[in-house]
Design a protein around this ligand. Structure first.
Ligand code: S3P
Length: 438
């Protein structure tokens, strides 16, 4: 977590126009460092996200003895050390706010010969880690937790064995953790997922020529192969683009082109949900970028309507719900979300924190155990709290587009974890956000 306390003061503004490019995809950036570090040869990455979360992964692999140059203008060069070349770090590996770093690295490090301790900030230290340490224990990993939470002390030298794991929750982090451990396990490791989750790990394994099999909802990997270095281009992060998709939808008269957005079908739930709500979004140019599909997305304002969000779309839009709740607050009628209990264990309890903030702003938003019911209405003004959660801070910034008065958002420093330069980019296309250092 950043030490600096930053509040945003977001004033009502009119419309979003022009072109923007959002920073690199966070999930892909993390994985590029992990796979590049373990590969044979030199991996070049472009479009890398220079945000605190991805930088925490990069710094940790440097501490594990990997020579990494950059990032400079999104370019990173990783001198891979091979599957078993990581070295014991001098101290704990501090992963800041990043759940992806911690859960994926726990799998990857379980199969090494070295001992490591993974720590994180207040938010990360309160997040559930048993979802990865329980199945890893079945694989014979030796990990000590603090009552199921970080710090995680990983003891190296365990002989991992392959397992089959039926995942109780749809989580790409759990799936990826087990696939990474599976590279070091004897025999086959397979997982079945209860719902489709992002498949960046599988795509990147293939890009690094490591065999992985996907059959329906079952993904399998065999231990003992190696990774071959490659060049990777990281597409723009759809999770960052989502703020502007909602912003341009709710602000009357908007027409915004968001360029170079990753549209991997396991991530596009936000587009599907906005379209179901009546949003006007068009993919104007589609192309491939480093094994991932990419598009420029044109968004025009539209009168949104409330919907019942189909549960199958929940894992495909898991990080976009805070801003989708803002869309629901500006829509005509009622929006109902169910099957989204996972939102309660993200960087904050995103159901409660969004409901509290929307209520402060005059919206009827009722949290339920696994979702929320939001009645579209008029956003007023007031002071809300981002609870150290980057996506909450940016969601309430977007809400200012339709608010009657100023929204003061407390505790926004963590926007830097996923979207460095957010305020500048947002203000360039029509938002009116002032940063206040406290
Ligand atoms: C991620 C998976 C998702 C997502 C997170 C990034 C990943 O978490 O919320 O921001 O890169 O694998 P879960 O797997 O916990 O749903």
């Amino acid at each position: 977590m950043s030490e600096q306390i930053i509040n945003y003061i977001a004033s009502p503004s009119k419309k979003l126009t022009g072109d923007i490019k959002v920073p690199g995809d966070k999930s892909v950036s993390h994985r590029s460092i992990m796979f590049g570090s373990l590969a044979d040869g030199v991996t070049h990455v472009s479009g890398f996200l220079e945000g605190e979360d991805a930088l925490a992964t990069l710094k940790s692999f440097k501490a594990l003895g990997v020579k990494i140059e950059g990032p400079k203008n999104g370019e990173v060069t990783i001198h891979g050390v091979g599957m078993n070349g990581l070295k014991t770090p001098d101290g704990d590996l501090d992963l800041g706010n990043s759940g992806t770093s911690m859960r994926l690295m726990t799998g990857l490090l379980s199969g090494q010969a070295i001992d490591c301790t993974l720590t994180g900030d207040r938010s990360l230290s309160s997040r559930p880690m048993k979802r990865v340490t329980d199945p890893l224990a079945l694989m014979n990993a030796n990990i000590e937790t603090n009552d199921g939470k970080a710090p995680l002390k990983i003891k190296g030298g365990s002989e991992l064995k392959g397992i089959h794991y039926d995942m109780p929750i749809a989580s790409a982090q759990v799936k990826s953790c087990l696939l990474l451990a599976g590279m070091y396990a004897e025999g086959e490791t397979s997982v079945t997922e209860p719902g489709v989750t992002r498949d960046h790990t599988e795509r990147m394994l293939r890009a690094f020529q490591y065999p992985v099999k996907t059959e329906g909802n079952k993904i399998s990997i065999e231990g003992g192969h190696s990774l071959k270095a490659c060049d990777l281009q990281v597409p723009g992060d759809i999770s960052s683009a989502a703020f502007f998709m909602v912003g341009a939808s709710i602000a009357e008269g908007s027409e915004l082109l968001i360029k170079n957005v990753g549209i991997n079908p396991t991530r596009t739930g936000v587009i599907d949900i906005l379209k179901l709500m009546g949003g006007d979004l068009t993919l104007v140019k589609e192309y491939q970028c480093g094994g991932e599909p990419v598009a420029d997305i044109l968004v025009k304002s539209a009168q949104l309507k409330g919907i019942e969000i189909p549960e199958r779309l929940v894992p495909l839009a898991i990080d976009e719900f805070p801003v989708l709740f803002v869309a629901a607050a500006c829509a005509e009628g009622t929006t109902i979300l169910t099957g989204a209990k996972e939102l309660r264990v993200k960087e904050s309890d995103r159901i409660q924190v969004m409901a509290d903030g929307l209520q402060t702003l005059g919206i009827d938003a009722k949290p339920t155990e696994d979702g929320i019911v939001i009645q579209g209405g008029r956003l007023t003004s007031g002071k809300v709290h981002a609870h150290d959660d980057h996506r909450i801070a940016m969601s309430f910034s977007i809400a200012s587009l339709c608010a009657e008065g100023e929204i003061v958002i407390e505790d926004c420093a963590n926007v830097a974890t996923s979207f460095p330069g957010f305020v500048k980019i947002a203000n360039n296309v029509g938002l009116s956000i002032k940063e206040e250092l406290v």
